[in-house]
Design a protein. Structure first.
Length: 436
RNA sequence: GGAGGGAUGGCAGAGCGGACGAAUGCGCGGCUCUUGAAAAGCCGUGGGACUCCGGUCCCCGUGGGUUCGAAUCCCACUCCCUCCGCCA
């Protein structure tokens, strides 16, 4: 949630910031009006409540003095005011709920330095990287044998079995087998081992309460995107960001403990409602996938450095895996609802012939912390402050799998893997045709 | 799934219808004494909303109810503990 006080005190600033995301200024006016109504209703209710409390105290005193007639007169008056108070409370509750519902679907204010734009076409392409770039090597040009999409390579080598995945779970549920499954396991182990020296490794639940998935911003706005187990009212997480944000939900952290940096691998579940027919082949878009996530709670001052570290970690994994990539600075029109600034990493996949988003690294500011009530005690005293949260993927594996298989394909049809995977695939790591 | 017990401030723990936002201890901060430290003593120490900056209100797991008045009584739910059952 954004800070309602900011809407109150500096509505023009909020209008300008949300306007960059295409939110009309009337939305901000509506919030401000609701807030004003709510506060005056609350003041009315509290004045009545104070009156009831004062009268009740007098009833007690009168009883003690054995002034029964006075006591019952006071009690009668208090009862009358109590009825009024209840009405006033209903009105103020109604307004509070309405205001909260609106705030829950209001997106975050973008960072000042996030580029302006209306949609994905306006994202700013930043630096690019490919193997050997530091030594002056030219950007790699895919050979003919690398122009085979991973779903064909996977089927050829028997390492990706989409039809059988569909048999048990429906379309867009991949089934990896043999070295294909091992490749996923290797990627997860590689990433976690690298992060876990500085970031605490967590293995959270993958089903969470409504409150947990609401505090990140995924509910109520994106309810259609998540799988809901209605019988138990639990949600399958779309990303580890959801449970990790709740690790400290409702807590007041010591500033000395910040930044808290967590990493986790989880399954991620997405209904992909409304994405029918778009990039649905192979692993481009699937309902269930594994992802290693980085998540941090930081002070506002620390957050820029943490954001940079996250991005560096994701990039360093791509470099280790020798995959050409580019960094995108998301424009205001493409920014996720709760992000202030986001960098996406895209890997080029020569067989599918497209750039695949494999990481998204976001600075969220206090937007989630306000929903989840996560604060810190400043070391130099003063009142508790909301923390900043940050999240980033490092990395999402199916698309990495696809890019590795496409780039690695040799003219004989086998797949060469990067040297970093030697611990799982032996020296000169590769996946050949199945012998048996 | 069944039976019982419990949930109060950073922690432990008292209070069980009337000035209770809440005893006490620990912890933490400040001061006195001391060359310094320890010990001792004294003082202070939860969060939040609104504010005409005088204050007002809310929070004792959560949500309802009873009452002039609820941490305290009643109901429902959640979580924790103990025992029984089932189980990877």
């Amino acid at each position: 949630m954004i800070d309602i006080r900011l809407v109150r005190d500096q509505p023009d600033l909020v209008k300008e910031a949300l306007g960059r995301r295409g939110i009309p200024s009337q939305e901000v006016d509506a919030l401000a009006a609701l807030d004003a109504d709510h506060r005056s209703a609350l003041a009315r209710q509290e004045a009545l409540r104070a009156r009831v409390k004062a009268l009740s105290r007098q009833v007690g005193e009168a009883r003690k003095q054995k002034e029964d007639a006075a006591a019952s007169a006071l009690a009668k008056e208090s009862r009358r005011v109590g009825v009024e108070e209840r009405t006033a409370a209903e009105e103020s509750d109604r307004l509070a709920n309405e205001l909260r519902a609106r705030l829950l679907v209001t997106p975050n204010l973008p960072a000042d330095d996030a580029p302006d734009g209306g949609g994905p076409e306006d994202n700013v392409v930043g630096r690019r990287w490919w193997p050997g770039i530091d030594a002056g090597a030219p950007e790699p040009e895919p050979a003919e044998h690398q122009r085979v999409p991973h779903w064909d390579v996977g089927a050829e080598l028997g390492i990706l079995d989409m039809p059988r995945g569909a048999r048990m779970s429906g379309s867009m549920f991949p089934l990896f087998r043999g070295p294909g499954a091992r490749l996923l396991r290797a990627l997860t182990a590689l990433a976690l081992d690298r992060h876990a020296t500085a970031w605490e490794e967590i293995r959270p639940p993958t089903m969470v309460l409504t409150e947990t998935i609401t505090s990140t911003g995924h509910l109520p706005k994106f309810a259609d995107e998540a799988y809901h187990v209605e019988r138990d009212d639990l949600w399958l997480i779309p990303t580890a960001e959801v449970p990790l944000a709740s690790v400290h939900r409702g807590e007041v952290l010591d500033e000395a403990a910040l930044p808290v940096q967590l990493t986790a691998v989880t399954g991620c579940f997405r209904r992909e409602a409304g994405a029918a027919g778009r990039d649905t082949r192979g692993l481009l878009r699937v309902h269930e996938f594994d992802k290693v996530e980085l998540f941090a709670f930081a002070t506002p001052v620390q957050s820029a450095a943490v954001h940079a570290d996250m991005l560096a970690r994701a990039e360093s994994l791509l470099q280790t895996l020798e995959l050409p990539y580019r960094v995108l600075d998301l424009c205001t029109g493409d920014l996720g609802a709760w992000a202030k600034r986001t960098f996406d990493l895209e890997v080029y996949a020569p067989g599918s012939d497209r750039w695949l988003e494999v990481s998204s690294v976001s600075w969220v500011g206090d937007y989630q912390a306000r929903r989840a009530n996560i604060r810190y005690r400043p070391a130099d005293g003063g009142g508790n402050q909301l923390v900043h949260t940050l999240n980033g993927s490092a990395l999402a594996w199916p698309r990495i799998w696809a890019a590795l298989v496409e780039w690695g394909r040799q003219s004989d049809g086998s797949v060469r893997l990067p040297e970093a995977l030697a611990p799982w695939f032996g020296p000169s790591p590769a996946i050949g045709p199945r012998v048996v």
